[in-house]
Ligand binder design. Structure first.
Ligand code: HEC
Ligand code: HEC
Length: 473
Protein backbone atom coordinates (compact mmCIF):
# COMPACT_ATOMS: atom_id res chain seq x y z
CA UNK A 1 0.00 0.00 0.00
CA UNK A 2 1.28 3.50 -0.70
CA UNK A 3 1.90 5.92 2.14
CA UNK A 4 -1.02 8.19 1.22
CA UNK A 5 -3.35 5.21 1.65
CA UNK A 6 -1.86 4.36 5.02
CA UNK A 7 -2.29 7.93 6.20
CA UNK A 8 -5.94 7.95 5.19
CA UNK A 9 -6.63 4.77 7.21
CA UNK A 10 -4.97 6.22 10.25
CA UNK A 11 -7.15 9.34 10.21
CA UNK A 12 -10.24 7.21 9.81
CA UNK A 13 -9.34 5.08 12.78
CA UNK A 14 -8.96 8.13 14.97
CA UNK A 15 -12.40 9.35 13.86
CA UNK A 16 -13.92 5.99 14.68
CA UNK A 17 -12.45 6.07 18.16
CA UNK A 18 -13.83 9.57 18.83
CA UNK A 19 -17.41 8.86 17.82
CA UNK A 20 -17.18 5.63 19.78
CA UNK A 21 -16.71 7.60 23.01
CA UNK A 22 -19.56 9.99 22.19
CA UNK A 23 -22.20 7.33 21.69
CA UNK A 24 -21.37 5.63 25.01
CA UNK A 25 -22.83 8.53 27.02
CA UNK A 26 -25.55 7.21 29.32
CA UNK A 27 -28.99 8.69 28.67
CA UNK A 28 -28.00 9.90 25.23
CA UNK A 29 -31.21 9.40 23.29
CA UNK A 30 -30.42 11.34 20.13
CA UNK A 31 -30.19 8.94 17.21
CA UNK A 32 -26.55 8.11 16.74
CA UNK A 33 -24.82 9.60 13.73
CA UNK A 34 -23.36 6.93 11.48
CA UNK A 35 -20.48 6.11 13.77
CA UNK A 36 -18.20 4.48 11.28
CA UNK A 37 -17.55 5.37 7.70
CA UNK A 38 -16.16 2.32 6.00
CA UNK A 39 -16.87 3.55 2.48
CA UNK A 40 -13.53 5.35 2.25
CA UNK A 41 -11.50 2.31 3.27
CA UNK A 42 -9.55 0.60 0.51
CA UNK A 43 -10.70 -2.82 -0.69
CA UNK A 44 -9.35 -5.89 1.11
CA UNK A 45 -6.63 -7.33 -1.10
CA UNK A 46 -7.09 -11.01 -0.15
CA UNK A 47 -10.76 -11.25 0.78
CA UNK A 48 -12.17 -14.66 1.68
CA UNK A 49 -13.48 -16.09 -1.58
CA UNK A 50 -16.60 -17.56 0.01
CA UNK A 51 -17.52 -14.63 2.25
CA UNK A 52 -16.88 -11.76 -0.16
CA UNK A 53 -19.71 -12.71 -2.57
CA UNK A 54 -22.14 -12.63 0.38
CA UNK A 55 -21.61 -8.88 0.73
CA UNK A 56 -19.38 -6.97 3.10
CA UNK A 57 -19.26 -4.24 5.74
CA UNK A 58 -22.40 -2.05 5.80
CA UNK A 59 -24.38 -4.23 3.38
CA UNK A 60 -23.84 -7.29 5.59
CA UNK A 61 -24.74 -5.31 8.71
CA UNK A 62 -27.97 -4.05 7.14
CA UNK A 63 -28.99 -7.52 6.04
CA UNK A 64 -28.49 -8.96 9.54
CA UNK A 65 -30.33 -6.10 11.23
CA UNK A 66 -33.23 -6.23 8.76
CA UNK A 67 -33.93 -9.75 10.08
CA UNK A 68 -35.05 -8.16 13.35
CA UNK A 69 -33.74 -10.94 15.58
CA UNK A 70 -34.21 -10.53 19.33
CA UNK A 71 -31.13 -12.37 20.56
CA UNK A 72 -28.78 -10.30 22.70
CA UNK A 73 -26.03 -10.08 20.08
CA UNK A 74 -28.34 -8.81 17.30
CA UNK A 75 -30.03 -6.46 19.77
CA UNK A 76 -26.72 -4.89 20.82
CA UNK A 77 -25.32 -4.84 17.29
CA UNK A 78 -28.37 -3.25 15.71
CA UNK A 79 -29.39 -0.91 18.56
CA UNK A 80 -28.31 2.37 16.98
CA UNK A 81 -29.18 1.55 13.39
CA UNK A 82 -25.59 1.81 12.27
CA UNK A 83 -22.62 -0.46 12.96
CA UNK A 84 -21.21 0.16 16.43
CA UNK A 85 -17.48 0.89 16.33
CA UNK A 86 -15.55 -2.26 17.26
CA UNK A 87 -11.89 -1.34 17.39
CA UNK A 88 -10.79 -4.64 18.83
CA UNK A 89 -11.84 -7.92 20.39
CA UNK A 90 -12.27 -6.30 23.79
CA UNK A 91 -14.85 -3.90 22.31
CA UNK A 92 -16.76 -6.84 20.90
CA UNK A 93 -16.77 -8.62 24.26
CA UNK A 94 -17.98 -5.41 25.94
CA UNK A 95 -20.77 -5.03 23.35
CA UNK A 96 -22.23 -8.38 24.43
CA UNK A 97 -21.69 -7.84 28.17
CA UNK A 98 -18.72 -10.17 28.33
CA UNK A 99 -16.24 -7.52 29.42
CA UNK A 100 -14.45 -8.09 32.71
CA UNK A 101 -16.55 -8.79 35.78
CA UNK A 102 -18.15 -11.48 37.84
CA UNK A 103 -20.75 -12.31 35.21
CA UNK A 104 -18.22 -13.53 32.68
CA UNK A 105 -16.41 -16.84 32.37
CA UNK A 106 -14.01 -18.23 29.79
CA UNK A 107 -12.33 -21.49 28.80
CA UNK A 108 -9.54 -22.36 26.39
CA UNK A 109 -9.10 -25.59 24.49
CA UNK A 110 -5.96 -27.13 23.05
CA UNK A 111 -7.99 -29.41 20.74
CA UNK A 112 -11.07 -28.37 18.83
CA UNK A 113 -13.35 -30.39 16.56
CA UNK A 114 -15.02 -27.19 15.37
CA UNK A 115 -14.83 -24.99 12.28
CA UNK A 116 -11.33 -23.90 13.32
CA UNK A 117 -10.01 -27.34 14.32
CA UNK A 118 -6.88 -27.11 12.17
CA UNK A 119 -5.70 -23.92 13.91
CA UNK A 120 -6.06 -25.11 17.49
CA UNK A 121 -3.38 -26.46 19.85
CA UNK A 122 -2.05 -25.54 23.28
CA UNK A 123 0.15 -22.81 21.79
CA UNK A 124 -2.69 -21.36 19.67
CA UNK A 125 -5.78 -22.35 21.65
CA UNK A 126 -9.41 -21.55 20.94
CA UNK A 127 -11.00 -19.38 23.59
CA UNK A 128 -14.71 -19.35 24.42
CA UNK A 129 -16.03 -16.40 26.45
CA UNK A 130 -19.52 -16.77 27.89
CA UNK A 131 -21.83 -15.76 30.75
CA UNK A 132 -21.09 -17.43 34.06
CA UNK A 133 -23.64 -19.87 35.43
CA UNK A 134 -24.00 -20.73 39.12
CA UNK A 135 -23.97 -24.23 40.59
CA UNK A 136 -27.80 -24.14 40.54
CA UNK A 137 -27.49 -24.28 36.72
CA UNK A 138 -30.10 -21.56 36.21
CA UNK A 139 -29.68 -20.27 32.65
CA UNK A 140 -28.55 -16.64 32.39
CA UNK A 141 -31.24 -14.10 31.40
CA UNK A 142 -29.46 -13.50 28.10
CA UNK A 143 -26.84 -15.73 26.53
CA UNK A 144 -24.19 -14.77 24.01
CA UNK A 145 -21.02 -16.86 23.76
CA UNK A 146 -18.00 -15.89 21.68
CA UNK A 147 -15.37 -18.19 20.15
CA UNK A 148 -12.02 -16.99 18.83
CA UNK A 149 -8.70 -18.41 17.72
CA UNK A 150 -5.76 -16.45 16.40
CA UNK A 151 -4.84 -16.87 12.75
CA UNK A 152 -8.41 -16.35 11.53
CA UNK A 153 -9.81 -12.86 10.96
CA UNK A 154 -13.18 -13.72 12.40
CA UNK A 155 -15.03 -14.30 15.62
CA UNK A 156 -17.74 -16.94 16.06
CA UNK A 157 -20.79 -15.97 18.06
CA UNK A 158 -23.88 -17.76 19.31
CA UNK A 159 -26.74 -15.88 20.91
CA UNK A 160 -30.08 -17.02 22.35
CA UNK A 161 -33.41 -15.43 21.46
CA UNK A 162 -35.06 -14.78 24.85
CA UNK A 163 -38.57 -15.45 23.54
CA UNK A 164 -38.21 -18.43 21.23
CA UNK A 165 -35.06 -19.78 22.96
CA UNK A 166 -33.63 -20.38 19.46
CA UNK A 167 -29.87 -20.12 19.11
CA UNK A 168 -28.61 -17.86 16.33
CA UNK A 169 -25.07 -18.27 15.01
CA UNK A 170 -22.99 -15.41 13.64
CA UNK A 171 -19.60 -14.93 12.06
CA UNK A 172 -18.08 -11.48 12.50
CA UNK A 173 -15.21 -11.13 10.07
CA UNK A 174 -12.94 -8.16 10.71
CA UNK A 175 -10.33 -6.24 8.74
CA UNK A 176 -6.95 -5.05 9.94
CA UNK A 177 -4.74 -2.40 8.39
CA UNK A 178 -2.63 -5.12 6.80
CA UNK A 179 -5.78 -6.35 5.01
CA UNK A 180 -5.25 -3.58 2.45
CA UNK A 181 -1.59 -4.27 1.79
CA UNK A 182 -0.62 -5.87 -1.47
CA UNK A 183 0.58 -9.08 0.13
CA UNK A 184 -2.22 -9.15 2.71
CA UNK A 185 -1.56 -9.79 6.40
CA UNK A 186 1.63 -11.60 7.35
CA UNK A 187 1.77 -14.35 9.97
CA UNK A 188 2.83 -12.00 12.74
CA UNK A 189 -0.25 -9.84 12.11
CA UNK A 190 -2.46 -12.89 12.35
CA UNK A 191 -0.94 -14.92 15.21
CA UNK A 192 0.30 -12.33 17.70
CA UNK A 193 -1.73 -9.98 19.84
CA UNK A 194 -1.99 -7.67 16.76
CA UNK A 195 -4.97 -9.65 15.47
CA UNK A 196 -6.97 -8.73 18.55
CA UNK A 197 -6.41 -4.99 18.10
CA UNK A 198 -6.84 -2.10 15.66
CA UNK A 199 -9.69 -3.52 13.64
CA UNK A 200 -10.62 -1.15 10.83
CA UNK A 201 -14.00 -2.54 9.70
CA UNK A 202 -16.08 -5.68 9.93
CA UNK A 203 -18.73 -7.72 8.16
CA UNK A 204 -21.28 -9.92 9.83
CA UNK A 205 -23.05 -13.07 8.62
CA UNK A 206 -25.46 -15.48 10.26
CA UNK A 207 -26.13 -19.21 9.99
CA UNK A 208 -28.60 -18.55 7.18
CA UNK A 209 -26.09 -16.57 5.08
CA UNK A 210 -23.39 -19.19 5.65
CA UNK A 211 -25.41 -22.33 5.00
CA UNK A 212 -24.28 -22.60 1.38
CA UNK A 213 -20.59 -22.19 2.26
CA UNK A 214 -17.93 -24.29 3.95
CA UNK A 215 -18.45 -22.13 7.09
CA UNK A 216 -21.90 -23.72 7.52
CA UNK A 217 -22.50 -23.53 11.28
CA UNK A 218 -25.54 -25.79 10.97
CA UNK A 219 -23.50 -28.76 9.74
CA UNK A 220 -22.39 -29.16 13.37
CA UNK A 221 -24.75 -27.07 15.48
CA UNK A 222 -27.92 -28.53 13.95
CA UNK A 223 -27.09 -32.24 14.07
CA UNK A 224 -30.75 -33.27 13.73
CA UNK A 225 -30.87 -31.77 10.24
CA UNK A 226 -32.89 -29.07 8.51
CA UNK A 227 -35.62 -27.56 10.71
CA UNK A 228 -34.42 -29.21 13.95
CA UNK A 229 -33.17 -27.49 17.10
CA UNK A 230 -29.80 -25.72 16.99
CA UNK A 231 -27.50 -26.68 19.85
CA UNK A 232 -24.43 -25.66 21.80
CA UNK A 233 -21.59 -28.13 21.48
CA UNK A 234 -19.07 -29.44 23.98
CA UNK A 235 -18.10 -33.05 23.41
CA UNK A 236 -15.82 -33.12 26.46
CA UNK A 237 -18.67 -32.05 28.66
CA UNK A 238 -17.47 -33.84 31.78
CA UNK A 239 -14.45 -34.06 34.00
CA UNK A 240 -11.54 -34.40 33.25
CA UNK A 241 -12.16 -31.96 30.34
CA UNK A 242 -9.02 -33.42 28.80
CA UNK A 243 -8.22 -30.50 26.47
CA UNK A 244 -9.76 -27.58 28.37
CA UNK A 245 -7.77 -25.18 30.50
CA UNK A 246 -7.26 -23.52 32.91
CA UNK A 247 -8.88 -26.09 35.19
CA UNK A 248 -8.36 -25.71 38.90
CA UNK A 249 -11.95 -25.42 39.99
CA UNK A 250 -12.74 -28.43 42.16
CA UNK A 251 -9.81 -30.42 40.80
CA UNK A 252 -6.62 -29.62 38.93
CA UNK A 253 -6.53 -31.64 35.72
CA UNK A 254 -3.83 -32.98 33.45
CA UNK A 255 -4.97 -30.43 30.85
CA UNK A 256 -4.18 -27.67 33.31
CA UNK A 257 -0.77 -29.05 34.16
CA UNK A 258 0.30 -29.83 30.57
CA UNK A 259 -1.57 -27.50 28.23
CA UNK A 260 -1.68 -24.37 30.37
CA UNK A 261 2.08 -24.70 30.93
CA UNK A 262 2.73 -25.01 27.17
CA UNK A 263 0.46 -22.06 26.51
CA UNK A 264 2.09 -19.94 29.23
CA UNK A 265 5.56 -20.61 27.90
CA UNK A 266 4.70 -19.50 24.36
CA UNK A 267 2.72 -16.42 25.41
CA UNK A 268 4.77 -15.24 28.40
CA UNK A 269 5.67 -11.96 26.69
CA UNK A 270 2.15 -10.82 25.86
CA UNK A 271 -0.52 -9.02 27.84
CA UNK A 272 -3.69 -10.70 26.62
CA UNK A 273 -5.06 -13.66 24.69
CA UNK A 274 -8.54 -13.69 23.22
CA UNK A 275 -9.35 -10.38 24.89
CA UNK A 276 -8.56 -11.75 28.38
CA UNK A 277 -5.55 -10.55 30.40
CA UNK A 278 -2.80 -13.14 30.38
CA UNK A 279 -2.48 -12.90 34.17
CA UNK A 280 -6.16 -13.73 34.50
CA UNK A 281 -5.75 -16.80 32.31
CA UNK A 282 -2.64 -18.04 34.08
CA UNK A 283 -4.05 -17.57 37.57
CA UNK A 284 -7.72 -18.34 37.03
CA UNK A 285 -9.36 -20.40 39.70
CA UNK A 286 -13.04 -20.06 39.12
CA UNK A 287 -13.56 -17.59 36.26
CA UNK A 288 -11.78 -19.68 33.64
CA UNK A 289 -12.34 -23.41 33.32
CA UNK A 290 -13.88 -26.22 31.32
CA UNK A 291 -16.15 -26.79 34.31
CA UNK A 292 -17.69 -23.35 33.75
CA UNK A 293 -18.42 -24.09 30.09
CA UNK A 294 -19.95 -27.41 31.14
CA UNK A 295 -22.24 -25.48 33.51
CA UNK A 296 -23.37 -23.16 30.71
CA UNK A 297 -23.98 -25.98 28.24
CA UNK A 298 -26.00 -27.91 30.85
CA UNK A 299 -27.92 -24.82 32.00
CA UNK A 300 -28.90 -24.10 28.38
CA UNK A 301 -30.28 -27.63 28.08
CA UNK A 302 -27.59 -29.38 26.03
CA UNK A 303 -26.39 -32.04 28.45
CA UNK A 304 -26.90 -34.67 25.74
CA UNK A 305 -24.17 -34.16 23.18
CA UNK A 306 -23.84 -36.09 19.91
CA UNK A 307 -20.81 -38.43 19.97
CA UNK A 308 -19.47 -37.13 23.28
CA UNK A 309 -15.95 -37.60 24.58
CA UNK A 310 -17.02 -39.80 27.50
CA UNK A 311 -15.37 -39.30 30.87
CA UNK A 312 -13.85 -42.81 30.87
CA UNK A 313 -11.85 -42.20 27.67
CA UNK A 314 -9.02 -40.46 29.52
CA UNK A 315 -8.79 -43.30 32.03
CA UNK A 316 -8.91 -46.02 29.39
CA UNK A 317 -6.26 -44.26 27.31
CA UNK A 318 -3.87 -44.24 30.27
CA UNK A 319 -4.10 -48.04 30.27
CA UNK A 320 -3.61 -48.31 26.46
CA UNK A 321 -6.24 -48.06 23.72
CA UNK A 322 -9.67 -46.77 24.66
CA UNK A 323 -12.52 -48.97 23.36
CA UNK A 324 -14.97 -46.17 24.16
CA UNK A 325 -13.03 -43.70 22.01
CA UNK A 326 -12.70 -46.29 19.22
CA UNK A 327 -16.48 -46.78 19.17
CA UNK A 328 -17.05 -43.01 18.87
CA UNK A 329 -14.45 -42.76 16.14
CA UNK A 330 -16.09 -45.64 14.23
CA UNK A 331 -19.38 -43.71 14.28
CA UNK A 332 -17.54 -40.75 12.77
CA UNK A 333 -15.93 -42.97 10.11
CA UNK A 334 -19.40 -44.26 9.16
CA UNK A 335 -20.35 -40.64 8.43
CA UNK A 336 -22.73 -40.39 11.39
CA UNK A 337 -20.98 -37.67 13.41
CA UNK A 338 -18.17 -35.15 13.51
CA UNK A 339 -14.78 -36.37 14.79
CA UNK A 340 -14.36 -37.03 18.48
CA UNK A 341 -11.59 -35.06 20.26
CA UNK A 342 -8.12 -36.65 20.38
CA UNK A 343 -7.79 -39.39 23.02
CA UNK A 344 -4.53 -37.98 24.45
CA UNK A 345 -4.02 -34.60 26.08
CA UNK A 346 -1.59 -33.12 23.54
CA UNK A 347 -2.31 -33.04 19.79
CA UNK A 348 1.11 -31.72 18.89
CA UNK A 349 4.35 -33.25 17.74
CA UNK A 350 6.70 -32.07 20.53
CA UNK A 351 9.50 -31.16 18.11
CA UNK A 352 7.24 -29.08 15.88
CA UNK A 353 5.58 -27.47 18.88
CA UNK A 354 8.87 -26.51 20.50
CA UNK A 355 10.13 -24.98 17.25
CA UNK A 356 6.93 -22.98 16.71
CA UNK A 357 6.73 -21.82 20.33
CA UNK A 358 10.33 -20.65 20.40
CA UNK A 359 10.01 -18.92 17.01
CA UNK A 360 6.90 -17.22 18.35
CA UNK A 361 8.48 -16.02 21.60
CA UNK A 362 11.50 -14.67 19.67
CA UNK A 363 9.33 -12.66 17.27
CA UNK A 364 7.12 -11.29 20.03
CA UNK A 365 10.18 -10.19 22.02
CA UNK A 366 11.73 -8.59 18.94
CA UNK A 367 14.69 -10.97 19.00
CA UNK A 368 13.76 -12.30 15.55
CA UNK A 369 12.19 -10.53 12.58
CA UNK A 370 8.48 -11.06 11.86
CA UNK A 371 9.11 -12.82 8.57
CA UNK A 372 10.85 -15.66 10.46
CA UNK A 373 7.68 -16.62 12.35
CA UNK A 374 6.83 -20.29 11.86
CA UNK A 375 3.23 -21.35 11.18
CA UNK A 376 1.63 -22.00 14.57
CA UNK A 377 -0.88 -24.36 12.92
CA UNK A 378 1.80 -26.63 11.59
CA UNK A 379 2.33 -28.48 14.87
CA UNK A 380 0.03 -31.51 14.76
CA UNK A 381 1.44 -35.01 15.23
CA UNK A 382 0.76 -37.49 12.42
CA UNK A 383 -1.40 -39.49 14.79
CA UNK A 384 -3.52 -36.48 15.75
CA UNK A 385 -3.92 -35.43 12.09
CA UNK A 386 -5.32 -38.88 11.26
CA UNK A 387 -7.54 -39.19 14.34
CA UNK A 388 -8.95 -35.69 13.90
CA UNK A 389 -9.67 -36.45 10.21
CA UNK A 390 -7.48 -33.70 8.83
CA UNK A 391 -6.59 -36.41 6.35
CA UNK A 392 -8.18 -39.75 5.54
CA UNK A 393 -7.40 -42.82 7.58
CA UNK A 394 -4.31 -44.43 5.97
CA UNK A 395 -5.20 -47.16 3.49
CA UNK A 396 -8.96 -46.44 3.55
CA UNK A 397 -10.95 -47.46 0.46
CA UNK A 398 -12.83 -44.88 -1.62
CA UNK A 399 -16.17 -45.34 0.09
CA UNK A 400 -14.59 -44.95 3.55
CA UNK A 401 -12.72 -41.82 2.49
CA UNK A 402 -15.98 -40.27 1.24
CA UNK A 403 -17.77 -41.09 4.50
CA UNK A 404 -14.95 -39.79 6.70
CA UNK A 405 -14.09 -36.64 4.73
CA UNK A 406 -17.39 -35.52 3.16
CA UNK A 407 -20.33 -36.70 5.30
CA UNK A 408 -20.43 -33.68 7.61
CA UNK A 409 -21.58 -31.45 4.75
CA UNK A 410 -22.99 -34.07 2.36
CA UNK A 411 -25.16 -36.50 4.34
CA UNK A 412 -28.59 -35.37 3.21
CA UNK A 413 -29.47 -33.58 6.48
CA UNK A 414 -29.08 -30.11 5.03
CA UNK A 415 -31.47 -27.77 3.27
CA UNK A 416 -32.69 -29.69 0.17
CA UNK A 417 -32.83 -26.44 -1.80
CA UNK A 418 -29.03 -26.21 -1.82
CA UNK A 419 -27.21 -27.95 -4.69
CA UNK A 420 -24.55 -29.32 -2.31
CA UNK A 421 -27.20 -31.60 -0.80
CA UNK A 422 -27.68 -33.45 -4.07
CA UNK A 423 -24.39 -35.10 -3.28
CA UNK A 424 -25.11 -37.47 -0.38
CA UNK A 425 -22.34 -39.88 0.59
CA UNK A 426 -24.76 -41.98 2.66
CA UNK A 427 -26.62 -42.77 -0.58
CA UNK A 428 -23.63 -43.44 -2.82
CA UNK A 429 -25.29 -46.34 -4.63
CA UNK A 430 -28.28 -44.21 -5.61
CA UNK A 431 -26.38 -41.19 -6.95
CA UNK A 432 -26.76 -40.34 -10.63
CA UNK A 433 -23.81 -40.54 -13.01
CA UNK A 434 -23.99 -36.79 -13.33
CA UNK A 435 -23.68 -36.13 -9.59
CA UNK A 436 -20.84 -38.65 -9.29
CA UNK A 437 -19.01 -36.95 -12.14
CA UNK A 438 -19.34 -33.62 -10.40
CA UNK A 439 -17.82 -35.16 -7.28
CA UNK A 440 -14.90 -36.55 -9.28
CA UNK A 441 -14.31 -33.07 -10.67
CA UNK A 442 -14.33 -31.56 -7.19
CA UNK A 443 -11.88 -33.96 -5.50
CA UNK A 444 -9.40 -33.44 -8.33
CA UNK A 445 -9.90 -29.65 -8.46
CA UNK A 446 -7.62 -27.09 -6.85
CA UNK A 447 -8.39 -23.71 -5.31
CA UNK A 448 -11.87 -22.68 -4.30
CA UNK A 449 -13.53 -25.67 -5.96
CA UNK A 450 -11.39 -28.26 -4.17
CA UNK A 451 -13.29 -30.75 -1.98
CA UNK A 452 -13.10 -31.20 0.91
CA UNK A 453 -12.57 -27.49 1.65
CA UNK A 454 -8.99 -27.10 2.93
CA UNK A 455 -10.33 -25.78 6.25
CA UNK A 456 -11.63 -29.30 6.90
CA UNK A 457 -8.94 -31.57 5.59
CA UNK A 458 -6.77 -32.62 2.68
CA UNK A 459 -6.92 -35.81 0.62
CA UNK A 460 -3.70 -37.67 -0.11
CA UNK A 461 -3.03 -38.70 -3.74
CA UNK A 462 -3.88 -42.31 -2.79
CA UNK A 463 -7.17 -41.24 -1.28
CA UNK A 464 -8.08 -39.21 -4.36
CA UNK A 465 -7.37 -42.21 -6.58
CA UNK A 466 -9.50 -44.43 -4.32
CA UNK A 467 -12.38 -41.93 -4.33
CA UNK A 468 -12.28 -41.53 -8.10
CA UNK A 469 -12.30 -45.31 -8.58
CA UNK A 470 -15.33 -45.61 -6.28
CA UNK A 471 -17.21 -42.79 -8.02
CA UNK A 472 -16.48 -44.19 -11.46
CA UNK A 473 -18.33 -47.41 -10.55
C1 HEC B 1 -17.07 -28.81 12.37
C2 HEC B 1 -18.13 -28.56 13.27
C3 HEC B 1 -18.47 -27.13 13.61
C4 HEC B 1 -18.79 -26.09 12.77
C5 HEC B 1 -18.84 -26.09 11.27
C6 HEC B 1 -19.09 -24.97 13.62
N1 HEC B 1 -18.94 -25.31 14.93
FE1 HEC B 1 -19.15 -24.11 16.55
N2 HEC B 1 -18.48 -25.59 17.76
C7 HEC B 1 -18.19 -26.87 17.36
C8 HEC B 1 -17.68 -27.62 18.48
C9 HEC B 1 -17.28 -29.08 18.46
C10 HEC B 1 -17.65 -26.75 19.57
C11 HEC B 1 -17.13 -27.09 20.98
C12 HEC B 1 -15.73 -26.57 21.23
C13 HEC B 1 -14.67 -27.00 20.26
O1 HEC B 1 -14.52 -28.21 19.96
O2 HEC B 1 -13.95 -26.12 19.79
C14 HEC B 1 -18.19 -25.48 19.09
C15 HEC B 1 -18.38 -24.37 19.88
C16 HEC B 1 -18.89 -23.17 19.42
C17 HEC B 1 -19.12 -22.01 20.24
C18 HEC B 1 -18.98 -21.96 21.76
C19 HEC B 1 -20.32 -22.35 22.38
C20 HEC B 1 -20.58 -23.83 22.27
O3 HEC B 1 -21.47 -24.25 21.49
O4 HEC B 1 -19.86 -24.61 22.94
C21 HEC B 1 -19.56 -21.02 19.42
C22 HEC B 1 -19.90 -19.61 19.81
C23 HEC B 1 -19.61 -21.55 18.08
N3 HEC B 1 -19.20 -22.88 18.11
C24 HEC B 1 -20.04 -20.84 16.99
C25 HEC B 1 -20.05 -21.34 15.70
C26 HEC B 1 -20.40 -20.56 14.54
C27 HEC B 1 -20.85 -19.13 14.55
C28 HEC B 1 -20.25 -21.37 13.46
C29 HEC B 1 -20.43 -21.03 12.00
C30 HEC B 1 -19.75 -19.86 11.53
C31 HEC B 1 -19.77 -22.65 13.94
N4 HEC B 1 -19.70 -22.60 15.30
C32 HEC B 1 -19.45 -23.73 13.14
C33 HEC B 1 -18.32 -27.37 16.10
C34 HEC B 1 -18.56 -26.62 14.97
C1 HEC C 1 -17.19 -28.29 5.26
C2 HEC C 1 -18.22 -28.81 4.45
C3 HEC C 1 -17.86 -29.64 3.25
C4 HEC C 1 -17.15 -30.81 3.20
C5 HEC C 1 -16.48 -31.54 4.35
C6 HEC C 1 -17.20 -31.25 1.84
N1 HEC C 1 -17.92 -30.35 1.10
FE1 HEC C 1 -18.47 -30.55 -0.85
N2 HEC C 1 -19.45 -28.77 -0.78
C7 HEC C 1 -19.51 -27.95 0.32
C8 HEC C 1 -20.19 -26.74 -0.05
C9 HEC C 1 -20.43 -25.56 0.88
C10 HEC C 1 -20.54 -26.83 -1.40
C11 HEC C 1 -21.29 -25.78 -2.24
C12 HEC C 1 -20.37 -24.70 -2.68
C13 HEC C 1 -19.48 -25.14 -3.78
O1 HEC C 1 -19.95 -25.71 -4.76
O2 HEC C 1 -18.26 -24.94 -3.63
C14 HEC C 1 -20.06 -28.13 -1.83
C15 HEC C 1 -20.24 -28.63 -3.11
C16 HEC C 1 -19.86 -29.90 -3.49
C17 HEC C 1 -20.20 -30.49 -4.75
C18 HEC C 1 -21.01 -29.86 -5.84
C19 HEC C 1 -22.46 -30.21 -5.70
C20 HEC C 1 -23.22 -29.58 -6.87
O3 HEC C 1 -23.58 -30.32 -7.75
O4 HEC C 1 -23.37 -28.37 -6.87
C21 HEC C 1 -19.64 -31.73 -4.76
C22 HEC C 1 -19.76 -32.75 -5.86
C23 HEC C 1 -18.93 -31.90 -3.52
N3 HEC C 1 -19.09 -30.77 -2.76
C24 HEC C 1 -18.19 -33.00 -3.19
C25 HEC C 1 -17.53 -33.17 -1.98
C26 HEC C 1 -16.71 -34.32 -1.67
C27 HEC C 1 -16.43 -35.46 -2.64
C28 HEC C 1 -16.25 -34.13 -0.41
C29 HEC C 1 -15.33 -35.03 0.38
C30 HEC C 1 -14.16 -35.52 -0.29
C31 HEC C 1 -16.80 -32.89 0.07
N4 HEC C 1 -17.54 -32.33 -0.92
C32 HEC C 1 -16.60 -32.38 1.36
C33 HEC C 1 -19.05 -28.23 1.57
C34 HEC C 1 -18.32 -29.35 1.93
Amino acid sequence: MNSAGAHCCYVLLAAVALTGCGSDEPGDTTPAEPSVDWSALPAVTHADEELAPLGERLASFQRICARGRADSFATALCASGSPPPLDDLTDLLALVDLGSGAARAFALTGNSTSLVARSVSSINPRIIVFPRVGSDLVPPATMTAVGFVRGEQFVEIVSRDPVTADLNFYLLSFEQRCSYEEGGCDRASLFTESIERDWTAYSVYDHQDLEATSFDCLSCHQPGGVGSKRILRMQELESPWLHWFPQRLGQRTESDRVLLAQFGEAHAFESQYGGIELDTIMNALDEGSGAQLEALVRAEGFAHQPNPFDAQIALETKAGESPTWEARFEAHLRGEAIPVPYPNVDVTDPVKRAAAASSYASVVQGAATRDTLLDLRDVFSDDASARLSFRPWPGADGRSVLLQMCARCHDGRGNPALPKNQFNVLELDNLSRDVKNRAIARVTATGLRQMPPPRVGTLTPDAIAAVVAELEK
